[in-house]
Design a protein. Structure first.
Length: 292
């Protein structure tokens, strides 16, 4: 038997002031407890307990030892608890709300890196419009949202900025125009492709057109940036998208930016959480990895 086990037996006897009670707590026989206490006393060369008819009482030396053992066992117990909590810490599910677009071009790389370090954490990814994701967030179906921020902020939510991107107009090389910079009024002469309302992209586009007295009736309205971009690539017309999403297509020249004399606005994107909602350590850990 190790010294640590002997000290645990000593501690239980001192706490219970009775060998019989201590043996019950320790789930070992009374003679075994007596023998172990005797062994400890012999190894220290000191009497630790005075035996009485009612039980045992610590000697002066025994009391000094008890205070030290109590402190040491408390530290050991705290360490053991911490280790167990850490094992449980990284064995949870993180529920993320995000648009399909952002999931593909932004989130996947972060999850891949995070998963390599914490392989037991499970991700549930919910893709929908920001408005629908906010509803899910408020009823507890998801833990947080990664999204472009809406023009009207909700006071029940926290918004943590990760970055910003510009809205731009793009066309396919198949859709020919004179030059790559046009007057904003000339947009009325071209077929325009937009996302459906109430997406952040559509809200932004409608406001941009309204602010500049432009009357646009979109040729095609679609639910996702991915589908919109596919129609633009075919050559249907000019699309209104975020630079972040089409950056790779601009680089390989499968899309061309159409510059307008009045630039479309930029938009912030980041993490949306519910106010006064305490996030688990795993969720906070992942969110912090997004901020780096």
């Amino acid at each position: 038997m190790t010294n640590l086990e002997l000290y645990r037996i000593f501690y239980e006897v001192a706490i219970n002031k009775n060998i019989t009670k201590a043996s019950s707590v320790l789930n070992i026989s009374q003679p075994a407890v007596t023998k172990h206490i005797k062994n400890l006393e012999d190894s220290l060369g000191e009497v630790l307990f005075i035996r009485t008819k009612r039980g045992v009482v610590l000697t002066e030396v025994g009391n000094k030892l008890f205070l030290k053992v109590k402190q040491a066992l408390s530290i050991i117990d705290d360490v053991e608890l911490s280790i167990k909590e850490n094992k449980n810490l990284h064995n949870t599910t993180i529920r993320v709300g995000i648009s399909t677009t952002l999931a593909k071009i932004y989130l996947m790389d972060y999850i891949d890196k995070f998963h390599k370090e914490y392989p037991n954490i499970i991700f549930d990814i919910y893709t929908d419009s920001t408005a629908d994701l906010v509803k899910k967030l408020k009823v507890g179906e998801i833990d947080f949202i990664i999204s472009k921020f809406p023009s009207m902020l909700d006071f029940d939510l926290n918004y943590n900025i990760l970055g910003k991107t510009d809205y731009i107009f793009v066309r396919s090389p198949k859709y020919k125009i004179k030059g790559n910079k046009i007057d904003i009024k000339d947009l009325e002469k071209h077929p325009i492709l937009l996302q459906k309302y109430p997406s952040n992209s559509r809200v932004s586009a409608d406001k941009y057109f309204k602010d500049n007295n432009i009357n646009i009736k979109p040729l095609i309205s679609v639910a996702s940036s991915n589908l919109l971009t596919s129609f633009v690539k075919i050559g249907y017309g000019i699309g209104y998208v975020t630079r972040m999403y089409v950056d790779r297509f601009l680089k390989d020249n499968s899309l061309i930016e159409v510059k307008v004399n009045i630039k479309p606005p930029s938009i912030k994107y980041g993490i949306i959480t519910l106010k006064n909602n305490t996030l688990s350590q795993d969720i906070s850990l992942f969110i912090n990895s997004l901020k780096k």
